[in-house]
Write a protein that binds this ligand. Structure first.
Ligand code: AP5
Length: 191
């Protein structure tokens, strides 16, 4: 199963990814987590990405695409993967299409976490109080949401035309959203 999780910051992609990993035994590939790991490890890539991430802006496509290309070729991604937070703009979506086409594969489903901005904002402010993530400052949160509308919403439209977009009611409880995802993926599995 090859799945993309698409949605605003704070829409629950990371939360649902963890549940999907457990259920389907395929890896979560989160570009945000990979970048945060590089920042913590103090690598050259991490140093380059940190300021951009803390400001709530997108890291450059060449950095992100290099990371994804490398990660997708690891053995554990052979049977499938959950892409969380990638692709995030049209250039990344087109690059992913090309990467998969080159190995004769395609995506099975694109899960779109549909959530009003005010709920996403509330969740991120809640997480800022609980965890203090470096980019959960009020300024970076506003920037991330603006970039989502500007650059990631066109990706939703890109996938809508593929017929594989699965819109989710992401404002429901964690359990309800997961049940909705499982029902959708059961249908995909049956295709
Ligand atoms: P990334 O790590 O991808 O962050 P994000 O997209 O901003 O997403 P979040 O982690 O904020 O939200 P989420 O949807 O995972 O929600 P979560 O489950 O945590 O990216 C960070 C940065 O890295 C970017 O700004 C950029 O700089 C860079 N980056 C990453 N990918 C990139 C790319 N492809 N290209 C370029 N740059 C890239 O939930 C949020 C909160 O809500 C949690 O507290 C959770 O407990 C709670 N919650 C979750 N579900 C529910 C629910 N159903 N009900 C109530 N609360 C819930």
């Amino acid at each position: 199963m090859r799945i993309v999780l698409l949605g605003a910051p704070g829409s629950g992609k990371g939360t649902q990814s963890k549940l999907l990993v457990e259920k389907y035994k395929i890896p979560q590939i989160s570009t945000g987590d990979l970048l945060r790991a590089a920042v913590s490890a103090g690598t050259e890539l991490g140093k380059k990405a940190k300021t951009t991430m803390d400001a709530g802006q997108l890291v450059s496509d060449d950095i992100v695409l290099g990371m994804i290309q490398e990660r997708l070729t690891k053995p554990d991604a052979k049977a499938g993967f959950i892409l969380d937070g990638f692709p995030r703009n049209l250039a990344q979506a087109e690059a992913l299409d090309a990467m998969l086409a080159a190995i004769g594969r395609s995506l099975d489903a694109i899960l779109f976490f549909d959530l009003p901005d005010d709920v996403a904002l509330e969740r991120m402010h809640g997480r800022a109080r609980a965890e203090g993530r470096a980019d959960d400052t009020p300024e970076a949160i506003a920037k991330r949401l603006a970039i989502y509308h500007e650059q990631t919403v066109p990706v939703v439209e890109h996938y809508r035309t593929s017929g594989k977009l699965v819109p989710l009611h992401a404002g429901r409880t964690v359990e309800d959203v997961f049940a909705e995802i499982q029902a959708a993926l059961d249908t995909v599995g049956a295709r």
